[in-house]
Each structure stands twice: as C-alpha cells, then as structure tokens.
Ligand binder design. Sequence first.
Ligand code: RB5
Length: 151
Amino acid sequence: MVALASDHGGFELKNEIARYLAELNLPFKDFGTATNARAEYPKYGYLAAKAVSSGECDRGIIICGTGVGMSLAANKVKGIRCVNCTDCYTAMLSRQHNNTNMLALGGRVLGPDLAKLIVKIWLETEFERGGRHEQRVDMVMKIEAGNIDFL
Ligand code: RB5
C-alpha cells in the first residue's frame, strides 16, 4: 500500500500519480489534501509519513510545490527516510543505497511524465542488502535513535 499526500502545490501532480498507480494496479491511500485550496504541507506530509512509520503503508509519495517542505516534515517522523527527487538516477540510487521509504516530488518542478518515470523506478528498485549500504543506513538510523556509537 502506497501512502499518497500533497498540499495545494502538489495537488494536480498527486492526481496524476494516483491515476498512474491505479493503471499499474498498485493500491494506494490518499491522505489529502482534497482540493487545490491552500493547505499546510506539514500536516499532509506528517499524515502520510505516520502511515509509513506505523506500517499501515509500505511506502509513501508526497508532493508539494518543490518537494522540500514535504520531505522536511516526513524526515522528522521516526523510521522515515524520504528523498526529495527530481531525476531518475537519484530515484534508483536512493532505493539501492539509502533504502528510502518515502519519495517527495515537486509539483511546480517536474512535468507529469518525468514524475511518473521517477515513481516507477523508485517503486521497482530494491535496496542492496547485506553490505556497506545497509551498514550506512543502520548508522543513519542510529543517529535517529540517539545511539552514536560509530564515531
Ligand atoms: C506552497 O506555496 C509551497 O511553499 C509548498 O508547496 C512547498 O513547495 C514547500 O516546500
């Protein structure tokens, strides 16, 4: 299950991505916003991030004007590794090396076709487990836990 959310700046792109996920037969849950009226990105970013953090959803895609505000809000939630992404290479590597579980997009930055390609690559790419990348992600999660034993 993919958690989906946007503010007003990402509302149109969120609708495009929702249609795309439906085309791919991928289940998603829309955490709002529900119209293009002005909305606060921390609220919607938090709702989607909380769903991923709790295990209700496996991954999350969150969209504001630039992707910045949404990624900042999501990355404050325990267990979240959110990438603000504008290119396919970063989409792939953020999965392979960083095991990102949320993807932030900019509705005012990306055209719909590039955004959909980024989403497809990000959803299909697996994390490279069992090596240096997993060790590094574990170190990042230790920072979150306040357990800095790797210095
Ligand atoms: C809203 O104007 C805009 O600030 C928001 O969508 C987002 O881009 C923030 O990072």
